[in-house]
Design a protein around this ligand. Structure first.
Ligand code: PAF
Length: 280
């Protein structure tokens, strides 16, 4: 590929892809930047499965229900580009708000039902409508065959699957395993906002999830959650929620299902962290 390409709108991206990659497969990795090894693993998977990979970097204002969260979201575009430059078949699109949401916006609102009402849906009102909208438009404008998302944001993944099924897009949504640091903390752009001590304190999240996975069969749902909260509260983080739900519908835990997932959200001072564990 002739040199590293960065676009700031979809018109340039589309004509480049049409000219150079006509009839080749496009993988899409949507991101909000502040790239880490988790994103790199999505890109590597996308490169294995496609001829070319489009990485979008766009901090989507529509998915932030809290203006301070939007303001404080880490933005390190030079670092991101330096990381991406090493990949041969990657093109980057860093679109403006107007490019993602043009006046003739192609998105038709999708009803998200329960997905938008429980857990993340309850605590971040409007967030998933913003995610569904942006992912729809990023897919619509870059026309990938496959798009890659991490399982760390498992409720987001269900929202995206639901949005794709309810729209005219023909994109395979590929779920990729959560990448963790050596102590078990799920990688997240927000970890950049944690100091060393907070990194250590945040490990209680994975410890608590592991406790739920190990004990739910013997203790049952209610007692496991009670003990899990007790364990979590021995640490310094503030628990927002912990619950076990169906990983696709986000309906209630079913004792004999292999689709249960335990999801957690907590604040480490003012940094909001989420994680989950599949219970199998
Ligand atoms: O997971 C994220 O980083 C964002 O929610 C996404 C999927 C890029 C949409 O803005």
């Amino acid at each position: 590929m002739a040199g590293f390409q960065t676009f700031h709108d979809f018109i340039g991206l589309q004509s480049f892809l049409k000219e150079k990659f006509h009839k080749q497969t496009i993988g899409l990795v949507p991101t909000m930047g502040a790239l880490h090894i988790g994103h790199i693993s999505l890109i590597e998977r996308a490169l294995e499965e496609n001829d070319i990979v489009v990485v979008t970097i766009f901090v989507n204002p529509k998915q932030f229900n809290n203006p301070n969260d939007l303001k404080n979201y880490p933005r390190v575009p030079e670092k991101d580009l330096a990381l991406l430059k090493v990949f041969d078949r990657v093109v980057v699109c860093m679109p403006s708000v107007d490019a993602v949401y043009p006046s003739n916006d192609p998105y038709k609102k999708v009803e998200l039902g329960l997905l938008d009402k429980v857990l993340e849906g309850e605590f971040r009102p409007g967030h998933f409508n913003g995610v569904a909208h942006v992912v729809h438009n990023l897919m619509y404008f870059s026309r990938p065959s496959k798009a890659y998302f991490g399982l760390k944001d498992i409720q987001q993944l269900s929202v995206i699957n639901h949005m794709v099924k309810s729209s005219s897009l023909t994109v395979d949504v590929v779920a990729c395993d959560t990448v963790r640091d050596k102590n078990g903390l799920a990688l997240s752009s927000r970890n950049l906002l944690l100091n060393k001590a907070q990194h250590h304190e945040a490990l209680i999240i994975h410890t608590t999830l592991t406790f739920v996975k190990s004990n739910i069969k013997s203790l049952g749902l209610q007692e496991t959650l009670r003990q899990a909260k007790e364990l979590f509260n021995k640490g310094t983080l503030n628990l927002e929620y912990i619950d076990v739900v169906d990983r696709e519908t986000f309906g209630p835990y079913k004792i004999d299902s292999t689709n249960n997932v335990c999801c957690i959200s907590a604040f480490c001072e003012n940094v909001r962290l989420i994680d989950n564990i599949l219970l199998g």
